[in-house]
Design a protein. Sequence first.
Length: 257
Amino acid sequence: MSTLIAAAADASEYGARFQTDGVLVVDPLVDAATVESLKRRTAEIAERSVAYPTEFLELEPGASVIELATLRKINHCHFHDDIFAQHAAHPGILDVVEALIGPDIKVFNSQLFMKPPGGVEKPWHQDSAYFPLDPQIVVTCWTALDEVTVENGCMHVIIGSHREGIRDHDQEWMIGNRKDMQVPDAQIDDVRSRGITLSAGGCSFHHGILLHRSGPNGTSQSRRGLAVHYIPGNCRWIGPPEKEHEFRVVRGRDTTA
């Protein structure tokens, strides 16, 4: 079992720790009322009592009906729901992100990982392998909506791997009938692996090039985590023009012009 990452207690340490490790834990950070509001909204989306585009709701392998027990992921959260948009602009989170990438901050994307009981693992990967951005600077804030433990599928990271570049994701990984790709297990230095456990409302921040994975949920409770991907004000899209979308400014200004 990997060693667990301790939360940072001194804000003056944030930048240096993140630069060295590629990951930072701040726990607690988001208040209980906000967490409950986010959890309530996930239930409303699963129950279909709040409108949400079905094409952005991803189910666990083998599931065919949308409900809390089968919902694997909610994509593009801040684009399609005001509650999630408010969270993406959370002042406490932005204070941490500013310490890591500067005062001009945009939101690239957001995802809510539901990890219901029996939820499957996500193998080793790097977020930035899928993000055609320049400069390649992404900080993901992962907010725990439930207590996160090793048993219910916490995230594991390879310390310092963000300084080693993007790896080839050339090992096939099947998620139900859908083919995905991962960094080959043989390339992973398990000695540098660290787990991240959190209380509800705790946050971890990781670099887009950091190698990470999450385990399966072997408990009877969900392990929900809301990931918001932040980029600096000068970051621009360099992928296919037809796939470009709005990068919302949440602090400072857009400096790409």
